[in-house]
Design a protein around this ligand. Structure first.
Ligand SMILES: C[S@@+](CC[C@H](N)C(=O)[O-])C[C@H]1O[C@@H](n2cnc3c(N)ncnc32)[C@H](O)[C@@H]1O
Length: 232
């Protein structure tokens, strides 16, 4: 006996097949796309002759003393966590006119990253305690806080941007939103640059999309922590 298929059954089958095909193609393109950033990241590090520092703290010291020459800075840290690096910068640059802004939701990563799950690095919503009046925290997801913050922010000093938020979405959002304030001579530091699909990809996409030239100044041995100067 022949089974007579209705038009709607046929349509469902065609749609299932094309849905499967679309998902398969998306997976393949996603893998190739991911691989291209991974290859680019490895090649970038191999070809790069950037001077090496013993640790990220030496990079910060170099940034503060050699480039900024102890001048006041508008320091931004995107991804503050428990605040160790934020406090380090407060100690490092003692200029009265410097301003220090720390952005974080303090509830951890909004998406999984590498081997870490969603909410990794959470401090249960608790901000670090600081007594230095030059510093303050902007609490919430960057996607909510940065657009509001930038409505009233007026640049006064050289910008130092510390990108330590691990994720592509977070880093890319921050870089493109801060772009109108960024001038040549500003400093941009990445803390997880070897994460090819995340901070490296954000650096690569941002430089291209916003037509920026970033020159590497100093890095750690692995190249995972790296400081750039904005040239144009
Ligand atoms: C590795 S931790 C930062 C560590 C810190 N800079 C230090 O040196 O101690 C990454 C932080 O990024 C924050 N983060 C990542 N994406 C974010 C987003 N879109 N909005 C707010 N916070 C975010 C997480 O909450 C987390 O605290």
């Amino acid at each position: 006996m022949h089974h007579i298929t209705s038009a709607s059954e046929d349509n469902t089958r065609v749609m299932n097949r094309s849905g499967l095909l679309t998902r398969g193609l998306q997976f393949c393109f996603g893998t190739v796309h991911g691989l291209s950033y991974s290859v680019k990241c490895v090649l970038w590090q191999r070809m790069n002759q950037t001077p090496v520092a013993a640790s990220k703290h030496r990079i910060f010291e170099y940034a503060n003393s050699q480039i900024s020459k102890g001048q006041p800075v508008d320091y931004f840290e995107f991804g503050v966590g428990s605040g160790g690096t934020f406090r380090f910068w407060l100690e490092l640059n003692r200029c009265h006119e410097s301003r220090f802004y720390g952005f974080d939701a303090f509830t951890g990563l909004p998406e999984g990253w590498e081997r870490f799950g969603k909410y990794a690095f959470s401090t249960q919503g608790i901000k670090p305690e600081i007594s230095d009046l030059r510093g303050g925290f902007v609490v919430g997801l960057f996607q909510d806080t940065v657009p509001v913050f930038q409505r009233t922010f007026e640049r006064r000093n050289r910008l130092v941007l510390n990108i330590d938020c691990d994720l592509y979405t977070s880093a890319m959002f921050v870089l493109t939103h801060m772009n109108p304030f960024i001038r040549s001579g500003d400093l941009i530091y990445f803390d997880e640059f070897n994460s090819a699909l995340n901070e490296f990809r954000a650096y690569d996409d941002y430089s291209k999309c916003c037509r920026r030239t970033l020159t590497p100044i100093m890095k750690t041995q692995s190249g995972n922590q790296i400081l750039f100067e904005v040239k144009s």
